[in-house]
Ligand binder design. Structure first.
Ligand code: CA2
Length: 153
């Protein structure tokens, strides 16, 4: 395993209401809490040569500011914008300021759900999207990001 100073820094952003994961609608979102997802990502990340910083907010502006401050600090961004996926031009515009790979992730398959969830403001500016694999999607996202940041496309 690499020394932590040699690890690639990745930012994982969780959008609104994801702080309540595991407490409601387990049939759609599973029963794992966000803090368990974050702990697993820290572990998975290390194995893949990544340091994973996580951030959750229920506020659009806070997410925009976090993305603005990420410039130059992270090698990649994994983002589940949650409901803002479908509405936020502000988050899209902030992501456009970065020149690192972006992976969009959703726990549920947004294309199997209500039509208003089929549109993503982020999909066409992301390197790729992972949708419908539940919490395992975060492991898949880190694996994909590790390949991207080490140029093993
Ligand atoms: O499937 C996803 O990951 C979503 O991004 C989740 C969002 C939803 O608005 C998107 O369309 C798809 C909702 C997150 C709400 O989080 C909850 C957590 C616990 C219980 C209920 C909702």
């Amino acid at each position: 395993m690499k020394k932590s100073s040699n690890l690639h820094k990745i930012l994982v952003i969780h959008g609104p209401n994801l702080n309540t994961l595991g407490k409601r609608e387990p049939e759609i979102y599973g029963s794992t809490s966000l803090s368990d997802i974050n702990k697993d990502m820290a572990k998975d990340g290390k194995q893949l040569g990544l340091t994973v910083e996580t951030f959750q907010s229920n506020n659009e502006g806070d997410i925009v500011e976090k993305i603005q401050k990420a410039a130059g600090k992270f090698k990649g961004i994994v983002i589940n914008p949650a409901a803002y996926t479908h509405t936020s031009i502000a988050i899209r515009d902030a992501l456009l300021l970065l020149d690192v790979p972006i992976i969009e992730i959703h726990l549920s398959n947004i294309y199997k759900r209500e039509p208003f969830r089929h549109k993503s403001m982020v999909a066409d500016i992301a390197h790729g999207q992972i949708s419908g694999f539940g919490v395992h999607g975060y492991t898949l996202a880190l694996e994909a990001m590790a390949r991207l940041v080490t140029q093993r496309r």
